[in-house]
Design a protein around this ligand. Structure first.
Ligand SMILES: Nc1nc2c(ncn2[C@@H]2O[C@H](COP(=O)(O)OP(=O)(O)OP(=O)(O)O)[C@@H](O)[C@H]2O)c(=O)[nH]1
Ligand SMILES: [Mg+2]
Length: 222
């Protein structure tokens, strides 16, 4: 927060000039003029981290778990229709802003589903967090499909630093599927963090990694 322009000091109102004999004086004193300043503001990024994932992967559940934002969570696709922002405070008084974005589907880049509208928001995030539902086995395919949509929309967006949150490890086979995903992604040098957004498992590790990625990105961006 900062003061964009200071107001002038106030003048004295009519009641200040009231006396025993003149209860409602018609005189007053004008205040001093305030500052008159023009600013050009540039919105450089919508959020530090943008959540990318298919519908129902648990993006909104994760946002609720790590910030005070309260986006709607439900077990049907396209629960989230517009981006929701959350703020994560860290112990050193820095904070990250994260954006829960509407679910992506095949051919989003051709404006299917919430399409381009959604991808435009992602374009303004510095780091991408892919939220994958590891109650499914082949989530590396999910990751590639999501990446394909991003690449077709904007190769620059697709080249942003990426982290994968392997979500729903509390469900059957979740941990094993997450391990297999981790193995495959290690070959591509992409970090996978197994979590359960619902149960709050391993979120601390995710928060630390998100912060490290964003800090690195900002350093390079300077
Ligand atoms: N078991 C389990 N269920 C989860 C977890 N995270 C989310 N869910 C459930 O998955 C469903 C979808 O969660 P949402 O957070 O709404 O998913 P979303 O990715 O925001 O979905 P869209 O807004 O449609 O893109 C809900 O029923 C959640 O309760 C998890 O870690 N474990
Ligand atoms: Mg959602």
């Amino acid at each position: 927060m900062f003061v964009a322009a200071r107001g002038g000091s106030g003048g004295k109102g009519n009641s200040f000039f009231a006396t025993d004999t003149e209860q409602s004086p018609k005189i007053c004193e004008y205040g001093a003029e305030g500052e008159d300043v023009s600013y050009n503001l540039e919105l450089r990024s919508m959020a530090d981290v943008g959540f990318i994932g298919f519908p129902n992967a648990g993006k909104s559940t994760l946002l609720r778990a790590i910030s005070r934002a309260k986006p709607k969570v439900a077990s049907y696709a396209f629960t989230t229709l517009k981006p929701h922002l959350g703020i994560i405070p860290y112990d050193d008084y820095e904070h990250l802003t994260v954006a829960d974005l509407p679910g992506l589907i095949q051919d989003s880049h051709k404006n299917k589903g919430l399409g381009i509208q959604f991808l435009k928001h992602a374009e303004r995030c510095s780091v991408l967090l892919f939220v994958l539902d590891v109650s499914y086995q082949n989530t590396w395919d999910h990751f590639d499909s999501l990446l394909f949509e991003l690449e077709n929309f904007s190769p620059q967006l697709a080249s942003r630093p990426k982290i994968i949150a392997a979500n729903k490890i509390d469900l059957a086979d979740g941990e094993e599927n997450a391990k297999e995903l981790e193995k495959r992604m290690a070959e591509r040098d992409i970090l996978v963090i197994p979590i359960s957004a619902k149960m709050g498992t391993n979120l601390q590790k995710l928060l630390i990694e998100m912060r490290t990625f964003v800090d690195d990105f900002k350093k390079k961006d300077l």
